[in-house]
Ligand binder design. Structure first.
Ligand code: T46
Length: 135
């Protein structure tokens, strides 16, 4: 369900001498081990990314620059989360439909994920997703 989606704090170290911030994701920051990193950038403001669910993959999405909306669906309920802080991570467990939209200009979505790329892990049809949730 959508209750398994959580927004976590990524530790932020503000420089005492005014040199800005540093955020760090370490071994125990996320509730899963990271096996792959990818990032979305130069996304036009009218474009939509995602539009699928994963059978097993867990992800952490971070707006390292700019902002975007993450539309989540568990087959029953829908929720929209606006990401706009480099020190917040959105944990999306497996079995959740996601769409990313309204990317601001210059925004970057960093994804830290639990497994290597495998097309067979994707459910790309919403009807199939609903059947998957019922099984
Ligand atoms: C997700 C959202 C937020 C690869 O070859 N390796 C990879 O690791 C990834 C992620 C993609 N690809 C290829 C597969 C497609 O030919 O890159 C192309 C674009 O992938 P996709 O259409 O899946 O991109 P998005 O932005 O719609 O989805 C991605 C992730 O795939 C997905 O897991 O949750 O970002």
């Amino acid at each position: 369900t959508l209750q398994t989606v959580e927004l976590i704090d990524i530790p932020k170290i503000s420089d005492p001498e005014g040199r800005g911030n540093l955020s760090v994701v370490e071994k125990n920051t996320l509730p899963f081990e990271v096996k792959r990193v990818y990032y979305l950038y130069d996304v036009p403001s009218d474009a939509s990314r995602g539009g699928h669910a994963h059978k097993k993959l867990k992800q952490c999405l971070i707006a390292v620059s700019g902002s975007f909306d993450v539309v989540l669906h568990d087959g029953k309920d829908k929720k929209i989360i606006h990401l706009n802080k480099p020190n917040k991570g959105l944990i999306i467990p497996n079995g959740i439909w996601r769409e990313l939209e309204n990317f601001s200009s210059g925004s970057v979505c960093l994804a830290l994920v639990s497994d290597v790329y495998e097309e067979s892990d994707y459910i790309r049809e919403f009807e199939e997703f609903k059947l998957f949730k019922r099984s």
